[in-house]
Design a protein around this ligand. Structure first.
Ligand code: SIN
Ligand code: FE
Length: 288
C-alpha cells in the first residue's frame, strides 16, 4: 500500500543532507508520496487578489510552459495575465530549485515540463469517466508520449480558506500491471498517430500500455473501492509523487500549484522500480 511520508523540510532552497536525499529518493522510487507539511508556497498580495476573481476559460487549470513563457487556459485581462505569468514562473522556479536540491542525483537528467495553477474545486466537476481524476489512475498523456521517462510532480496546496486537498492513493504499480490483460498496439498505429499529429512524438508500446492502464483502472469499480488510503493535504503542504507509478485520485479541494518533471529512468537510483521496467518484466518484452 502506498504511504504518505512526512519530511521536515521548511525551506524551498535550504541544502539537503545525504540523509534527507536518500530518504526522499527511496520513498519516491518505492512508490510513496513525500509530503513537506510545512513548506508553503506563499502568494504575494497581487496574487492573492487573483484568486478571488474568475480567471478560468473552459479549462480546469491554467497551465504554463517555462520553455516558451506561454500561458494556457485563462480568460484574464492584461494586468491579471502579468500577475498570473509571474505566479506560474515563480512556482516553476521554486519547484525546480527544490527538486534539484533534494533530488540532486537526478539533476542532470531532469526535464522541466508544464506548470499549472488549479483554482477550481475538484468535487462535483462534470466530466467523462476517462477524464475523471476522482477515480484512481496512473498518469499517462494521450498526445505527449513519455517514451519510458518518469512523470514526477510537485504539488502545493495554496488554498487561502484553510481547505485541504483530499487524495486517495491505491496499491503498488506491480499489482496494477498484473491486474489486466495488456495486448500490444496494432501494427502501424504508432506511426499513424504520429502522421496525423494526434501524438507529438512516437507513442511507444510503453505509452500504449500506460494509457490502457489509466483507462482500465478508472473503469474498474472493484479497484476503485478496494484497498486504499485517503489523505488530506492541508494548506501549506507541498508534496512530491511519481504519478506514473502511484495510483491516485484527487477528490476535493481548490487552489493548488503543480509542476511536472520528466526523468529518463537511467537517472534513478533503482531503475528496476520504474513502471517501464516493471511492465517489461510482466510482459516479457522490451517496450521502448
Ligand atoms: C491528478 O493528477 O489526477 C490530479 C491531482 C490534483 O490536481 O490534485
Ligand atoms: Fe493524475
Amino acid at each position: 500500500m502506498t504511504q504518505v511520508l512526512a519530511f521536515g523540510r521548511e525551506d524551498w532552497q535550504a541544502p539537503a543532507d545525504a540523509h534527507e536525499r536518500d530518504g526522499v529518493i527511496a520513498a519516491l522510487e518505492a512508490g510513496d508520496v513525500v509530503a513537506f507539511e510545512h513548506l508553503p508556497f506563499v502568494f504575494t498580495e497581487q496574487e492573492r487578489a487573483l484568486s478571488q476573481s474568475s480567471l478560468l476559460g473552459d479549462s480546469k487549470n491554467i497551465s504554463y510552459s517555462s520553455a516558451t513563457g506561454e500561458l494556457k487556459g485563462c480568460n484574464a485581462g492584461p494586468a491579471e495575465l502579468q500577475v498570473l505569468h509571474g505566479l506560474l514562473a515563480r512556482y516553476a522556479d521554486y519547484s525546480q530549485t527544490l527538486v534539484r536540491t533534494v533530488l540532486a542525483p537526478y539533476t542532470d537528467g531532469l526535464q522541466v515540463a508544464r506548470t499549472s495553477f488549479r483554482p477550481q474545486e475538484i468535487s462535483g466537476r462534470p466530466t467523462s469517466w476517462r477524464k475523471d481524476d476522482t477515480r484512481l489512475h496512473v498518469d499517462s498523456f494521450p498526445s505527449s508520449p513519455v517514451q519510458g521517462r518518469r512523470i514526477l510532480r510537485v504539488f502545493s496546496n495554496v488554498n487561502p480558506f484553510g481547505e485541504s486537498r483530499v487524495w486517495r492513493v491505491g496499491g503498488s504499480f506491480e499489482d496494477v500491471a498484473r491486474r489486466y490483460e495488456l495486448p500490444g498496439p496494432l501494427w502501424g498505429s504508432s506511426q499513424l498517430l504520429n502522421w496525423l499529429h494526434i501524438t507529438k512524438s512516437r507513442r511507444t508500446a510503453y505509452d500504449h500500455h500506460m494509457l490502457r492502464l489509466h483507462d482500465s483502472l478508472k473503469a474498474d469499480a472493484a479497484y476503485q473501492s478496494g484497498d486504499q488510503l485517503t489523505h488530506e493535504f492541508a494548506p501549506g503542504t507541498t508534496w512530491l509523487v511519481y504519478t506514473d507509478q502511484v495510483p491516485h485520485a484527487a477528490m476535493s479541494g481548490r487552489y493548488a500549484m503543480e509542476q511536472t518533471f520528466l526523468l529518463p529512468v537511467k537517472y534513478m537510483r533503482n531503475a528496476q522500480l520504474s513502471p517501464v521496467k516493471v511492465l517489461e518484466r510482466v510482459l516479457g518484452r522490451e517496450l521502448v
